[in-house]
Design a protein around this ligand. Structure first.
Ligand code: 6GU
Length: 245
């Protein structure tokens, strides 16, 4: 059985969407992963196919009903109950590369995409949903976040990336941002490529890239830099830690 994602959404036609293109799309056609989207509305039981209602206690917006979501989750779990169920929400734990690696190591995911103000808290508790956010900003729904999470997972599945891209993943595992890249022409609009890269001295190239990766990380991401320097005593200590992508 290949890695399988079930997406619960009010907009099932959004999937696979961008995940049907490029690297993820090729892997999907090659059977390295699979996806199905379930229309939450099809689990509503009333004549109007209601999925949400007004919040107890008052306030703006609507809340998705626990009974409808529970029925949708039950249907998804029937197609593989050993997969973690994730609710995409800005309240969740922030996604990082270590979480992605954990998800990829498992059989797949069940992803609940919320709309409106949120979902009834009781279904989160009852189903033990893992709440995940993709960053500190608010999207109008969980669907783009589900696509981000799936893209990050699929590229790590065995056989999806070529050797070249696999190397890039390893460089992120170092805990540093990537060094700058250059290709032909060697001079463009009066801008020269750093001479060391044309020197043919592999050790010097590696030293320059390491120094540039450290400089860029220090300048742009003081948080990552602090983490990196606190682990720097032991070479390779960052292996398997949250990556800077
Ligand atoms: Cl997972 N969902 C929504 N709606 N907004 C977000 C998010 C998720 N992560 C960051 N913003």
């Amino acid at each position: 059985m290949s890695w399988h994602a079930s997406v619960l959404t009010l907009f099932p036609e959004m999937f696979p969407g961008p995940l049907g293109q490029s690297l993820a799309g090729r892997a999907l056609r090659d059977g390295r992963w699979s996806i199905d989207s379930l229309d939450i509305r099809s689990f509503a039981t009333d004549r109007h196919r209601t999925v949400d209602d007004t919040p107890f206690g008052g306030g703006a917006g609507m809340v998705m009903r626990p009974d409808v979501l529970d029925a949708a989750l039950a249907a998804a779990l029937a197609a593989g109950a050993d997969r973690p169920a994730v609710y995409l929400t800005p309240r969740g734990r922030r996604l990082d590369q270590a979480m992605v690696r954990d998800f990829v190591a498992g059989p797949g995911l069940i992803l609940l995409c919320g709309r409106y103000e949120g979902v009834d808290e009781r279904v989160i508790e009852a189903r033990g949903l893992q709440e995940v956010s993709i960053g500190d900003y608010v999207l109008s729904g969980g669907e783009p976040a589900a696509m981000v999470l799936l893209d990050a997972c699929v590229r790590l599945l065995p056989g999806v990336m070529g050797a070249a891209e696999s190397g890039v993943e390893e460089s992120f595992s170092s805990g540093l941002l990537e060094y700058p890249h250059y290709t032909r022409p060697a001079e463009w609009q009066g801008r020269a490529v750093p001479p060391v890269l044309l020197s043919g001295h592999h050790a010097e190239v590696a030293r320059w890239r390491q120094a540039e990766a450290e400089r860029i990380t220090r300048e742009r991401r003081p948080d990552l830099w602090a983490q990196y320097t606190s682990h720097a005593a032991a070479p390779g200590a960052m292996d398997g830690r949250p990556a800077a992508a």
